[in-house]
Design a binder for this molecule. Structure first.
Ligand code: SF4
Length: 91
């Protein structure tokens, strides 16, 4: 991670510039939030970024995802709709 992309948050850790603001907007994020974005550091992103799961990405709700979206005026991600099984189609 280039030093120009981070700020120190203590003697051990750094954070991406922009994630220290409210609402947070990482300086590695390209695009318009709510329209289309991508991480320009995706292959080199931090472990905290790698561990963050969007709500329902793996079947679990993430309230931190809701909060991050709300900070930018976006609604929470809806849980996936389970396909219904029609009694007519049960083998
Ligand atoms: S995933 Fe990429 S854009 Fe998102 S916070 Fe991490 S470095 Fe920034």
């Amino acid at each position: 991670m280039p030093d120009s992309m981070v700020i120190p948050i203590n003697s051990t850790y750094v954070a991406m510039i922009g994630t220290d603001r409210k609402p947070a907007r990482c300086n590695a994020l390209m695009g318009d939030i709510g329209q289309g974005v991508r991480c320009t550091m995706y292959e080199k992103r931090s472990s905290s970024c790698q561990e963050f799961q969007a709500s329902w990405e793996n079947g679990e709700h993430n309230p931190h995802c809701d909060a991050a979206r709300a900070a930018h005026g976006l609604p929470p991600i809806d849980p996936p709709i389970e396909p219904s099984i029609s009694p007519d189609r049960v083998a």
